[in-house]
Design a protein. Structure first.
Lengths: 112, 111
């Protein structure tokens, strides 16, 4: 069964460092997303991406965040200068049509 | 502004009985509703969905009911099994828009 894969599963970084989280969406999907879940809180939308551009982003997704689809398979989330409050589980998702998202297993980011 | 709310943080049910998970929403523009199941240290897994033109959708042991006038949906699991123990998230969106998640309800099914 096709699945969304994410790497790394866990990343520990120092505050102020750049982090790149990688995702390989399901191959025939056209819509890509990043969500995050801070420990004990709800799953929050960060950004959606379609046709090689951001289609929607949340208030959380400020100038420190960027997304890229550098080739036909990868979808990355970059955090330029990490803050303590960026520590969370980051989930990549993809969908063939808007609405029914398939999520990866998540990348846990710990900022020290 | 919590547009999707799950007011019960936890639910405990005996194996074989029905589990009913509830969700309320405030945005009348939502037209697609989904339930996701999440195990610890894993991503949410899509379970079942319903569009606003329906009031019921069934898939095996799982049934989702939508009451648009009350802005309420529920997930019924019958019969409940210990393997159903997980956190269940309700989510909603407008066509093509972002998914808004509820806070989740942790279901525990006891043997």
């Amino acid at each position: 069964e096709p699945e969304v894969t994410q790497t790394p599963s866990h990343q520990v970084t120092q505050m102020g460092q750049e982090v790149i989280l990688r995702c390989v969406p399901i191959s025939n999907h056209l819509y890509f997303y990043w969500y995050r879940q801070i420990l004990g809180q709800k799953v929050e939308f960060l950004v959606s991406f379609y046709n090689n551009e951001i289609s929607e982003k949340s208030e959380i997704f400020d100038d420190q965040f960027s997304v890229e689809r550098p080739d036909g398979s990868n979808f990355t989330l970059k955090i330029r200068s990490t803050k303590l409050e960026d520590s969370a589980m980051y989930f990549c998702a993809s969908s063939e049509v808007p609405g029914e998202l398939f999520f990866g297993e998540g990348s846990r980011l710990t900022v020290l | 502004d919590q547009q999707v709310k799950q007011n019960s943080p936890s639910l405990s049910v005996q194996e074989g009985r029905i589990s009913i998970l509830n969700c309320d929403y405030t945005n009348s523009m939502f037209d697609y509703f989904l339930w996701y199941k999440k195990y610890p240290a894993e991503g949410p897994t899509f379970l079942i969905s319903i569009s606003s033109i329906k009031d019921k959708n069934e898939d095996g042991r799982f049934t989702v009911f939508l009451n648009k006038s009350a802005k309420h949906l529920s997930l019924h699991i019958v019969p409940s099994q210990p393997g159903d123990s997980a956190v269940y998230f309700c989510a909603a969106n407008k066509l093509g828009g972002k998914l808004i998640f509820g806070q989740g309800t942790e279901l525990s099914v006891k043997p």
